[in-house]
Design a binder for this molecule. Structure first.
Ligand SMILES: [Zn+2]
Length: 171
């Protein structure tokens, strides 16, 4: 039996794929990729992600605000994200924290990430988390203090366990 693959994270909505998306999907399918999770990164691409998922059953949508774009969030972005998620079978992502030196807006990133964690728990949706240079640039064990704010339902408990694992020095 040929192997079956599931791509957990891609960005097929980008302009570099617009001309050849059909052949990209064909090649993936021929290699045994049955589904691809396509992660939005900012408000501008959420519509495209949803459109692709409606046109191609292999594409599963996620909508979120990526840490690289957190500082560009427009007022009302969270309400618009919630409204879209309530009307679409989509997960929440890509969201997270990126503490590489070229991404200095850490308090903004954290606030945007926290809002999306709460929304994922509230709507009971899967998350796709971007996590870069946290162990190098984030004070442990004070990191992720905000995890205690997450509701203690089953999704919240699983999420806290997972993120605490990522924030510990031993990983
Ligand atoms: Zn990504």
């Amino acid at each position: 039996m040929a192997p079956i693959f599931f791509d957990t994270h891609c960005h097929l909505q980008g302009p570099r794929f617009s001309a050849e998306l059909g052949s990209v999907l064909d090649r993936a399918h021929r290699q045994g990729v049955t589904h691809m999770v396509c992660c939005g990164t900012r408000e501008d691409d959420w519509g495209r992600v949803l459109e692709l998922s409606r046109r191609h059953t292999a594409i599963l949508p996620m909508l979120g605000l990526h840490p690289w774009y957190a500082h560009k969030a427009q007022p009302g972005w969270l309400e618009r994200l919630e409204s879209l998620l309530q009307n679409a079978p989509a997960g929440l992502g890509e969201c997270g924290l990126d503490f590489a030196p070229e991404n200095p807006d850490r308090p903004v990133q954290e606030a945007v990430f926290r809002s999306q964690l709460h929304l994922a728990v509230k709507l009971n949706r899967p998350l796709s988390i971007h996590c870069r240079q946290l162990l190098v640039n984030y004070k442990v064990p004070t990191s992720f203090k905000f995890l205690s704010e997450i509701p203690k339902n089953s999704v919240g408990k699983a999420l806290r366990r997972k993120l605490r694992g990522h924030s510990s020095p031993k990983g």
